[in-house]
Ligand binder design. Structure first.
Ligand SMILES: Cc1cc2nc3c(=O)[nH]c(=O)nc-3n(C[C@H](O)[C@H](O)[C@H](O)COP(=O)(O)OP(=O)(O)OC[C@H]3O[C@@H](n4cnc5c(N)ncnc54)[C@H](O)[C@@H]3O)c2cc1C
Length: 429
């Protein structure tokens, strides 16, 4: 049986950035395990590709995501420049459609500053100023952040993987973690094909499956998750340049920010609208055709247990599901939402589907969506669950925090060797 010091489950952006830090700071035997045949097959490729800057993140309830996104911005930029990966800093306008939503933008200005942004990085523009900048956008006001933009997180993840591999990390593809046997000072990981390995320590960052994997370690028993597929539509060339900036809207329901589609300028030059939020029954149901939300929800209700069941029994949630999620299925409904701020768009301007992705928000034992990521220590393991948006933006800095935490807990030595690295660990920490 192969033996490792550290086994990382999950070869998405998070598993790769963690493996990279370990590879530059330690001489340990480390592997990254993934059930697919390459890295970044799931959320780390199937996302909006937006480089977020944390003006819109609650500085208290989302402080880890906010700090990580703030610090990672420059780190990704350095790697993108070095590897010639597209990096388009075209800015984002988060728009308010009425006075009430404008108050949310004022709150974002406060959070933005608490999260480290300066006055010249974010500003509120009134209706006329937005019209001057983007004549085809209709709104009451908007918060402009010049630092946001777009990149390709798949290419960035592959670049990090190559750096880790050069530093000696093993990548074990087509290895689907099936079950776990915890011994007193090591863990046996058993795969679906019955092969196995042993590791002294395990880091679980398996995206939409991370709660299931944590449960295999006997952790987070009272928690559940739901999966929402986000679909995109690609704009044809006639209207793709109608608006040059990313346009986000103040969420109508703060607990469900994913219900409002955005106008996204992709790093490859395309423009898309999306994502919507279609409830699906697994973290990888990318293509199943859904025409009837109540049926899907009843199927999900049949299979969910614990806190997700509590949430599904909540009348407020159910009413939102039937009203909002139902309308989010069709392209016409999505275009209608975008029309509220870009009136010139029509359904026929979006002939092609983009690549869908699946979000997996975690639900606490009392039936509420959890806002920040969940970090939990096992006997010889560490688990990161609910690592959702803007997780791709924040991955390099967040991974450094993970290393620091493992040092503090005595899992990793703090007198570390340093190989030449693209990012400076001490500066981030
Ligand atoms: C629709 C959508 C839009 C988004 N937009 C943005 C955005 O614009 N900007 C941004 O910053 N963030 C965005 N995000 C969030 C971001 O993409 C994620 O936070 C990030 O990619 C999560 O990375 P990860 O490594 O945790 O997960 P993943 O990339 O999903 O990686 C997890 C890996 O674990 C593997 N795995 C799972 N189970 C097993 C098993 N049993 N055995 C072995 N391997 C296993 C999977 O194969 C997968 O490769 C978006 C997400 C979605 C879904």
């Amino acid at each position: 049986m192969k033996k490792y010091d550290i086994a990382i489950i999950g070869g998405g952006v998070l598993g790769n950035t963690i493996s990279y830090w370990l590879s530059v700071l330690y001489d340990l035997k480390i592997c990254v395990i993934d059930k697919e045949n390459d890295v970044a097959i799931h959320a780390s490729t199937r996302n909006s590709g937006v480089i977020h800057y944390p003006f819109y993140l609650n500085s208290k309830t989302k402080k880890n995501f906010a700090r990580a996104a703030f610090l990672s911005h420059r780190m990704w930029k350095v790697l993108a420049e070095e590897k010639k990966i597209p990096w388009v800093q075209g800015g984002t306008i988060e728009i308010a459609l009425d006075e009430n939503q404008h108050k949310t933008l004022e709150k974002y200005m406060i959070w933005g500053k608490e999260n480290g942004l300066t006055e010249d990085e974010i500003s509120i523009l009134d209706h006329n100023q937005i019209k001057q900048k983007e004549p085809n956008v209709n709104c009451y006001s908007g918060l402009y952040c010049a630092k946001e933009g777009s990149t390709n997180y798949s290419l960035l993840t592959h670049a990090v993987k190559e750096l880790s591999q050069k530093n000696g990390i093993d990548f074990l593809f087509n290895h689907n973690v099936d079950h776990i046997t915890e011994l007193s000072d090591e863990t046996d990981i058993i795969f679906s094909d019955k092969s196995s390995l042993t590791s002294k320590f395990v880091i679980n960052c398996s995206g939409g499956n991370s709660l299931d994997i944590a449960k295999k370690f006997g952790l987070l028993e009272g928690y559940s998750d739901l999966h929402f597929r986000g679909e995109y539509w690609v704009a044809n060339t006639d209207i793709a340049n109608l608006v040059k900036t990313n346009i986000y809207t103040v969420p109508r329901y703060t607990e469900f920010p994913f219900l409002d589609p955005h106008w996204i300028k992709r790093a490859n030059g395309e423009t898309e609208i999306g994502p919507n939020a279609v409830p699906v029954d697994s973290p990888e149901s990318y293509d199943s055709f859904i025409k009837d939300i109540p049926t899907v929800l009843s199927k999900i209700t049949d299979i969910v247990t614990g806190s997700a069941k509590k949430l599904l029994l909540n009348p407020e949630f159910i009413s939102l599901v039937s009203k909002e999620f139902h309308s989010s299925i069709s392209k016409t409904a999505m275009v209608e939402r975008v029309k509220r701020f870009i009136p010139k768009v029509k359904p026929e301007n979006f002939p092609k589907r983009g690549t869908s992705g699946i979000r997996t928000p975690v639900i606490s034992p009392n039936g509420k969506f959890v806002s920040d990521m969940i970090e939990i220590d096992g006997k010889n393991s560490f688990h990161i669950v609910n690592y959702n948006t803007p997780g791709a933006t924040g991955a390099p800095a967040y991974s450094a925090f993970v290393i620091k935490r493992l040092q503090k807990n005595g899992i990793l030595d703090s007198s570390i060797k340093r190989k030449n690295a693209i990012w400076d660990f001490d500066k981030i920490i």
